[in-house]
Design a protein around this ligand. Structure first.
Ligand code: ADP
Ligand code: TRP
Length: 331
């Protein structure tokens, strides 16, 4: 049976990109596979949150995991820092992770460009920590969005390097996974490439956003003056808006606006009004569950403790075996 592992950084509220890229798969996979889903709070330290912010972000992600339908009885839901074995495996993997290959990683190059004053060592070794997260449970499948593809490739490199180095067949080589379909990339509302909370808050619709906020964000989404000739290809920002229609609206609605576009009769205001209402219909049940769960501290604590115990059991077994393979043996 394939083992499934995935995580989301605790950097605040989850957005629709996280949902469609990752969490929707978590919900499906927990029905059939042994799953480990965690809140990556060690990873979030690269941006130096205050202790209060760190704690509240972890809680937010846990609440939102549960609101999306993750079931602590089916999957192991845990907080990364509750499993310090991950940090030990990270240290061990770093011994065989080369600075050159880490520097070539696209996400690292992007961080250097966008945050030149905070290029810390953990940013460089982000892929080894991520690999440790995954292989600590000897995972086979990792449900993630398209942006994580390269990190998964590096995870396979580190796993197979370990196997080769110690002449063992110990770690499987995990793959990024989306139910046999291509990995997903949900665009931003700002005309940009990817919905993301880190880069531009206006690009993202959060699961916790109220209907008023969703309407406001969608109405502000980047569009243009409209096509001037019939049946022209759509510029990126417009393509993005239509991708949203495809996800959230009915086929009839999509076809209606697509025909108007092709006839140069599109009015983006009408399209956006309809799209906002369709997103709200999707989002409302999630937002209501978030509201209902967010103050249930006892339940949240219970879920986190239960997950930590199960995750540690699996992680501790791996660390025991890895130590033995490496040659850490008692005198
Ligand atoms: P963010 O990019 O907003 O900081 P994370 O990096 O914590 O979010 O992403 C957590 C998960 O959500 C990963 O599996 C990632 O691939 C997925 N994800 C994030 N943004 C998108 C998006 N726009 N489209 C598809 N998947 C996404
Ligand atoms: N790097 C992932 C992201 O930014 C989050 C993450 C950390 C992760 N560890 C992981 C995802 C392990 C899958 C498996 O989205």
């Amino acid at each position: 049976m394939d083992i499934v592992v995935s995580g989301i950084r605790s950097t605040g509220n989850l957005h629709l990109g996280n949902y469609f890229g990752a969490i929707r798969n978590f919900v499906k996979m927990q029905e059939e596979n042994p799953c480990y889903f965690f809140i990556a709070d060690y990873h979030s330290l690269t941006t130096h949150p205050t202790p209060a912010d760190l704690h509240s972000s972890v809680k937010t992600v846990l609440v939102e995991f549960l609101a999306c339908g993750l079931d602590p009885e089916k999957a192991t839901l845990y907080v990364q820092s509750d499993v310090p074995e991950v940090a030990e495996l990270y240290l061990l993997l770093n011994m065989n992770a080369y600075v050159g290959e880490l520097e070539r990683c696209t996400s690292f190059k992007e961080k250097i460009r966008t945050h030149p004053n905070n290029v810390n060592a953990a940013l460089l070794t982000y892929p080894t920590l991520m690999a440790a997260d995954i292989i600590i449970h000897k995972a086979h499948k990792v449900p993630v969005g398209k942006d994580q593809e390269q990190h998964l490739e590096m995870t396979r490199t580190f796993a197979s390097r370990f196997n080769r180095m110690y002449n063992v067949d110990y770690f499987p080589e995990p793959v990024a996974y989306n139910f046999g379909e291509d990995l997903v990339k949900i665009p931003g509302l700002d005309g940009g490439q990817k919905m993301s909370k880190s880069d531009n808050e206006n690009s993202a619709i959060f699961l916790a956003d109220s209907p008023e906020v969703i309407r406001k964000k969608v109405m502000k989404a980047v569009t243009d003056a409209g096509p001037t000739e019939p049946n022209q290809p759509k510029p990126l920002a417009i393509e993005n808006i239509f991708q949203f229609l495809k996800i959230f609206s009915s086929t009839d609605t999509y076809t209606h606006f697509n025909d108007l576009y092709n006839r140069c009769e599109i009015r983006y205001g009408d399209l956006k009004k309809q799209l906002a209402e369709d997103i709200i219909v999707f989002n409302n049940p999630l937002r209501e569950k978030i509201e209902a769960l967010k103050n249930d501290t006892d339940y949240l604590g219970k879920v986190a403790r239960m997950g930590a115990e199960k995750a540690r059991e699996s992680a501790a077994k791996t660390i025991r075996e890895v130590r033995e393979i490496i040659g850490f043996r008692s005198m």
